[in-house]
Design a protein around this ligand. Structure first.
Ligand SMILES: N=CN[C@@H](CCC(=O)O)C(=O)O
Ligand SMILES: [Zn+2]
Length: 411
């Protein structure tokens, strides 16, 4: 049980992260007061009021918890052989998804529950306090419904922030659909969507060569919109394509990957409310050119960084690794990368403001959900300066201390 109010003091450097680029505050010798599940006060330690409990941060730095707006946590098996083949020069192709579909459909509910919880634990230990996850490794009516239900269990328990229906991940390799992909799209936008609808808030589609073409993507997005779901798109990952343009046209909250971008794609994103979500760990694992995050930011687009945890292209939930890569390889400053992995992720989930009775995420501001991490470092700059080090010391999630001194106390 958490005390009614907690003052975290002795913070050497706090990055609050703000809603406009560059608008967050850096407060040295800071304190934060948490009341219930919200931030109640943020400022210089010398001015902090009293609280029921006091935690000494011991001169550590503090930033918001990571908001990981793109993961695929519901799966069984791994694809290390496919990864090794890539190291030998093989290109990534969408068809590998079938391997995970077979493994996932063979796993029991209990096994999948254990897998998801293990991945969530790793994420929380690494400073992630909010997560989206997707279906998409079952590709049958019953299987997609099972994945949606398993994710919804965690959503309803408050352990996940968003569940996305990704029945349109790949056309399954079965006699019924192999030569008739449109029949599979019929199933996705019809019976499957109706079945999963009570368990999900978002609809996603993999618009790419080898997955779904532009016409099929339109059908999926229109069905999602008509069902009252928010929209997301996997686009422009393997090559140039229409994913980004369609995401903007349909007002998707986010288009994710964004590796192969034309000037028009960048321009369209910069003039839209669609977040460009970049996935640095995926770019490294698949050895494709990095998404042009620097150009997107310079053009005025909103950029989010997410882990894209999945067994095919990015088997990690480490947001620190993604942030360090965005800085070291994609040309972002540390404040830009931290903002993209916190406020940017919240914006991609449309949770950067309080909405529908849910508190805002992604910044250390009064009234926001109290999601915070203390780093074993005097400044957040160490996230890129000491890549790969276990820098997350403590994590508060909705006001609960779920990690203390690198030990998980929740979940
Ligand atoms: N690109 C589409 N979906 C996943 C990877 C799927 C897989 O290969 O298993 C992604 O976001 O990278
Ligand atoms: Zn993905």
């Amino acid at each position: 049980m958490s005390p009614a109010s907690t003052c975290i003091t002795g913070i050497r450097e706090l990055w609050t992260v703000g809603s406009e680029p560059g608008s967050g505050r850096t407060i040295r010798d800071a304190a934060i007061i948490i009341e219930g599940d919200r931030f109640a006060w943020v400022g210089p330690a010398a001015e902090a009021g009293s609280a029921d409990a006091v935690v000494d941060a011991g001169g550590r730095a503090a930033i918001p918890g990571w908001v990981d707006s793109h993961t695929h946590l519901i799966f069984d098996g791994d694809r290390a052989d496919e990864f090794a083949a890539r190291l030998d020069g093989q290109a990534y192709a969408a068809g590998g998804i079938n391997v995970t579909v077979n493994a996932t459909n063979s796993a029991s509910d209990e096994r999948l529950r254990t897998n998801i919880r293990g991945r969530l634990r790793d994420a929380w230990l690494g400073g992630t306090t909010a997560l989206e996850t997707k279906t998409g490794y079952a590709l049958s009516l019953d299987g997609e419904l099972r994945s949606a239900e398993l994710a919804a269990e965690l959503y309803r328990a408050g352990n996940l922030e968003a569940v996305t229906f990704l029945g349109a991940h790949l056309v399954p390799d079965s006699p019924a659909y192999r030569d008739n992909p449109d029949a599979y799209v019929d199933l996705v936008v019809g019976e499957m969507l109706a079945a999963v609808r009570p368990h999900v808030q978002w609809m996603d589609v993999f618009c790419e060569r080898g997955a779904f073409n532009a016409a099929q993507t339109r059908r999926v997005l229109e069905a999602g919109r008509d069902a009252g779901l928010g929209l997301r798109v996997h686009g422009n990952q393997i090559g140039p394509g229409e994913g980004v343009a369609l995401a903007v046209e349909y007002g998707a909250a986010s288009v994710d990957h964004c590796n192969f971008m034309s000037d028009a794609d960048i321009d369209a994103l910069a003039n839209s409310d669609t977040v460009a979500t970049v996935l640095p760990a995926c770019d490294l694992s698949t050895r494709v050119q990095f998404a042009p995050a620097r150009e997107l930011l310079d053009a005025g687009a909103t950029v989010a960084i997410a882990s894209n945890c999945n067994p095919g292209t990015s088997y990690t939930t480490s947001m620190q690794y993604c942030v360090a890569t965005a800085v070291l390889q994609m040309g972002l400053s540390v404040p830009e990368a931290v903002r993209a992995a916190t406020w940017g992720g919240a914006r991609a989930l449309r949770r950067e403001e309080a909405r529908d009775g849910l508190p805002a995420l992604g910044a250390v501001e009064v009234g926001h959900r109290a999601d915070l991490q203390l780093l074993d470092a005097p400044s957040p700059t160490h996230l890129a300066y000491r890549p790969g080090m276990p820098l997350t010391h403590s994590v508060w999630r909705a006001g609960e201390r779920v990690v203390a001194g690198r030990c998980l106390t929740g979940l």
